[in-house]
Design a protein around this ligand. Structure first.
Ligand code: FAD
Length: 391
């Protein structure tokens, strides 16, 4: 299999690299990127997103009718990976999840309202599936949508809505019928500043803020129903398959392996070069190999997606392997770096500026967001291997 980029793709990758070097800024980029850390949560990051839009880099693979360029999805992939290596904010939610789902299933009016604004980098989304009794079993969501004249009224609660405190629009699943668990869910789009929302922060061990969101009589007009009433679960499943790779680049893992290898090349312990220790060499060799396997699994997902499908099994295999790999790397790095590895970034003497202290906490979060590792294994067993359902 040949995974090399074509000359025109390589030229685009070089152009993106040059742009990122030119626009490198601590206000916009996370020096030590982790998987989910690259959100568009400040005015400079929004300005950066608009610069990407001005270059025509948002929604490159979308149909021309909706402002896209009908370029191969490989260009979106090249951009996402480069952004992730620089710790720059990611356009994945709007372009990769909401936009793609609207293109596949949304009404013409929804397409006209949202797609141009996504492509211009003007709006950010929060994704609301999880509830207190609907995490892994997301189809159990109970947020109630009641039919009212001209639309729906939503009452209830979501948990873990990551961007609710700064997003413009809420992409929300709610229960429109209690007769059928899966076919009773509908997807809605709601402005985040709508009256009737109360938002409470939830802080994670990875230092990221996520939120509980309470709905009290939130009205949604029929125009803002996504696709057909009762088909939300199907759209959510497709969107989750897209999220597991559109939102999960391998770049942060790459940067961490590079940093650890560089440290091993140059650092000394007990007056001897660290690289002279065979256990240390074996540790980084294994990390480099696992990184390579993650890259290969990711390329399988990309090549399947480029064929026009939604790669379910491949996405789950990639997410499972890559995120568990990140967790193993953090664990090995902390053991290898010694007790000081527990020092945080701001503390004196923290090796690699506290990178792995943060990563040790953060990578646990990666194995939960977007569906836990256990759920990925269940998907692979059930849909990939044809084994009986476990839930
Ligand atoms: C940082 C962060 C950001 C998030 N952002 C969002 C967001 O923006 N929007 C959103 O909607 N959600 C978001 N989530 C929610 C996330 O999708 C859920 O946390 C996840 O799906 C797990 O659900 P839960 O927390 O309810 O755990 P549970 O489902 O209660 O699971 C608890 C444990 O049981 C295991 N388990 C559950 N069911 C099974 C089974 N059938 N077989 C084997 N093991 C099982 C799980 O693997 C887990 O270890 C976020 C979560 C985190 C941590």
């Amino acid at each position: 299999m040949n995974f090399d980029l074509l000359p025109e793709e390589q030229a685009f990758a070089d152009e993106v690299e040059a742009f990122l070097r030119e626009h490198a800024s601590p206000e916009v980029m996370d020096a030590h990127p982790e998987q989910l850390s690259q959100t568009v949560d400040s005015p400079p990051k929004r300005a950066f997103m608009r610069k990407l839009a001005e270059r025509g880099w948002l929604g490159m693979s979308w149909p021309k009718a909706y402002g896209g360029q009908e370029r191969s999805g490989i260009y979106d992939f090249i951009l996402t990976e480069a952004l992730s290596r620089y710790g720059a904010p990611q356009p994945g939610k709007g372009v990769g999840i909401v936009g793609k789902t609207i293109i596949r299933n949304g009404s013409e009016s929804l397409k006209r309202e949202f797609l141009p604004r996504i492509i211009r980098g003007e709006i950010e989304f929060a994704i609301g599936y999880s509830e207190p009794d609907a995490g892994s079993d997301a189809a159990n969501m109970q947020l109630r949508a009641t039919r009212v004249p001209g639309g729906w009224q939503l009452d209830g609660q979501k948990v873990w809505t990551t961007s609710a405190h700064f997003a413009d629009w809420y992409w929300v699943g709610a229960r429109t019928s209690s007769e059928n668990k899966h076919r009773g869910i509908t997807l809605f789009l709601i402005p985040m500043d709508h009256e009737g929302f109360t938002i409470h922060p939830t802080w994670t061990i990875g230092d990221e803020r996520t939120n509980e969101v309470f709905f009290d009589g939130v009205f949604v007009p029929d125009d803002h129903v996504v696709g057909e009433v009762g088909k939300g679960w199907k759209y959510i499943c497709e969107a989750l398959d897209l999220e597991r790779f559109a939102m999960m680049p391998v770049g942060p893992l790459e940067k961490k392996v590079e940093a650890l290898v560089e440290h091993v090349r140059t650092a000394r312990r007990d007056d001897a070069p660290l690289r002279d220790d065979p256990v240390v060499r074996r540790t980084v060799a294994r990390a480099a190999t696992e990184l390579e396997v993650s890259r290969m699994l990711q390329r399988r997902v990309i090549s399947s997606a480029l064929g026009g499908g939604v790669p379910t099994i491949e996405s789950s295999q990639y997410k499972l392997y890559m995120n568990e790999c990140g967790k193993r790397l953090a664990d090995r790095a902390v053991s290898l770096l010694g007790p000081e590895a527990q020092l945080e970034a701001a503390e004196e003497g923290a090796p690699l500026s506290g990178r792995f202290a943060r990563s040790y906490r953060y990578t646990v979060v990666d194995t939960v967001g977007g569906g836990t590792s256990e759920i990925q294994k269940n998907i692979i067993a059930r849909r990939g291997l044809g084994l009986p359902p476990c839930f």
